[in-house]
Design a protein around this ligand. Sequence first.
Ligand code: DC
Length: 233
Amino acid sequence: MTGKGERRLPRTIAIDGPSASGKSSVGYLVAERLGYLFLDTGATYRALTWLALQRGVHLEDEEGLVRLAAQVDMNLGPPAAGSSERCTIWVDGDDLTGVLRQPDVERGVSLVSRVSQVRRAMVAVQRRLASRRRVVMAGRDVGTVVLPNADLKIYLDASVEERARRRHEELAALGRPFTQNDVRQQILRRDAIDSGREDSPLKAAEDAIVVSTDGLNQEQVVEKIVALMEGKS
Ligand code: DC
């Protein structure tokens, strides 16, 4: 029961946006601030891509991918202390968090995530995880497909230049030798695939609040979302 004068915060928050828009970092900070669980849906597609590569399933073999997606048991939880990821992901009990950013996963994940029946399996996993407690869930189709009844939907956006700058900084910190222009090209390619695919393309839900993050730092974006959550109650 909520007493008089107490605020009821939204229970499920969907944050969607293009790659490098900051949705995972910001979503994680919002969740941490308010004691919610942060779930990064991209991790489910990345883990499945890695497994397919490990098991010799060709990334163009849609039936093979669908069979694999149906077999695996996925779980997401809070990150381990000191991890640069915002979630831990276990597949059949194995912690696969460390493989999510491998270059072959990075290159292949768009192929895997465009397969409709793979998406259906991953969406079922994501919904099951979100049903357990208060969550902030980040992705491309959370507000439109995974949690269409989310209490608050945010669409985070930023210009390609800003996103390339941020991603380049992150990669440089990890010692990855890409130029900012390489990173920009990768982002443009990813945007085209994510927005152009037939099933669940990246787009803002009609009832999403669009937050442009150009010129804002992470903390300012977090404050903005927390204020929206409080204003919603
Ligand atoms: O957010 P990310 O970079 O970890 O996402 C990896 C890939 O997975 C990206 O190509 C888009 C796809 N994806 C998706 O199709 N739907 C989601 N809900 C999350 C990610």
